[in-house]
Design a protein around this ligand. Structure first.
Ligand SMILES: Nc1ncnc2c1ncn2[C@@H]1O[C@H](COP(=O)(O)OP(=O)(O)OP(=O)(O)O)[C@@H](O)[C@H]1O
Length: 363
């Protein structure tokens, strides 16, 4: 028996290839983006393939929003074509001779469940592809093809959307173009999106929930802000270690080209967010390297953001460097400092400090 809440996704799989074992028992939220992060070969694609029914595990249980799709103990295994899911790969694999519109219709006509014309119009709108519908794939850029591929997946009214490195084949410019559409999807869709990526930037920009896989096992699974800042998480080890803060726009100071945002840990100043009204929620990524620590509140400093914090953990990812986990009014934040500074300041867990955050460092 499973005690999965009905709107969640519960995926428990055991599978052995020669030299690799997947063993997961994941309870994921029933909406929002769950990023699956892990080194090459950690089992991310295999996990998605198990969810899609493309890979049959030795034993498995899968329940998606109250529906059991698979239960090896009961001999239940829905084949892929009976699972209401969308799968988006690195490359959109559209039919080359069909227009974008016909590519979307092709899947719709054959599906058990598909979007009606009004729903399809909303999907087209959400992905900004209305002007591309009569073009064939060769007339589209890589990013546009990917957007059509996502629309085609959504046209099947999936209960879950699986995305396997959907931006990996695109150059930086195309990535930047498509990310706002993915953010839009995230806000509009009320289904779970499982998103495989190697990119910490995509994780911090899109994910609500983060699962870290290592050698086929889940080493961390939880809310993004929490897992990102766990000192034992691989994401908190490297140069790209960062934290995410959910904040609200407080007010603007256009004469200084600044905006001020608030969260439980205080108020932060950042470059002017001209287009955002007071009260708008924002997500800030703060690189651990852009946070420094001081024991006393500095009287005069060019750094605008000095927030009281307490140290909740310390780790040494590499010799000479220390990653400090801070608590700012209940919100975790990482600071990456030198071992010498940590030693000179006598930093230890439980100490009260001030976190200095460079305003320009905030995205
Ligand atoms: N059909 C298969 N038969 C045997 N071994 C397989 C099979 N599919 C995957 N593997 C192995 O399982 C392991 C996990 O592969 P998987 O593709 O899931 O990793 P990944 O985390 O998605 O990697 P990447 O980030 O490189 O895409 C690898 O060691 C791979 O070689």
């Amino acid at each position: 028996m499973s005690n999965t809440p009905h709107d969640n996704l519960h995926a428990r799989f055991q599978l052995a290839f020669s030299g690799f074992q997947l063993e997961t028992d994941l309870q994921l939220p029933g909406s929002g983006v769950t990023a699956l992060f892990g080194h090459s070969g950690s089992g991310k694609t295999t996990l998605l393939r198990c969810i899609a029914g493309l890979q049959r595990p030795d034993s498995g249980f899968l329940q998606v929003r109250g529906q059991v799709w698979q239960d090896s103990a009961q001999g239940v295994f829905l084949p892929t074509h009976q699972r209401p899911l969308g799968y988006v790969f690195q490359e959109a694999s559209l039919f080359p001779h069909l227009s974008a519109r016909k590519n979307m219709d092709y899947g719709r006509k054959r599906a058990v469940q598909a979007a009606n014309d009004a729903e399809l119009a909303a999907i087209v709108d959400m992905l900004g592809i209305g002007h591309l519908l009569d073009k064939i794939p060769a007339q589209l850029s890589g990013g546009e093809r990917q957007r059509v591929g996502i629309a085609r997946a959504l046209a099947l009214k999936p209960q879950v959307l699986l995305m396997d490195e959907p931006l990996a084949a695109l150059d930086l410019k195309r990535k930047q173009e498509i990310l706002p559409f993915l953010e839009h999807l995230h806000r509009e869709l009320d289904i779970p999106i499982l998103y495989v990526t190697h990119s910490p930037q995509e994780v911090t920009q899109l994910a609500d929930h983060l699962v870290v896989l290592e050698a086929g096992r889940v080493v961390a699974s939880g809310a993004l802000a929490e897992v990102l800042t766990r000192l034992d998480s691989p994401m908190a080890q490297g140069k790209e270690a960062s934290s995410v803060l959910q904040v609200k726009v407080w007010d603007h100071e256009p004469e200084f080209h600044l905006s001020h945002v608030g969260f439980a840990g205080g108020v932060i100043s950042l470059p002017y967010q001209q287009a955002t009204a007071v009260g708008t929620p924002l997500r800030l990524r703060i690189d651990a390297r852009d946070v420094s620590l001081t024991l006393q509140q500095p009287a005069q400093t060019s750094i605008l953001n000095v927030l009281p914090a307490s140290i909740t953990g310390m780790a040494q990812p590499v010799a000479g460097q220390v990653m400090v986990r801070l608590n700012l009014g209940g919100v975790p934040l990482l600071a990456h400092i030198t071992q010498k500074s940590a030693s000179v300041m006598g930093l230890r867990v439980g100490m009260a400090v001030f976190a200095q955050i460079k305003a320009t460092a905030i995205v």
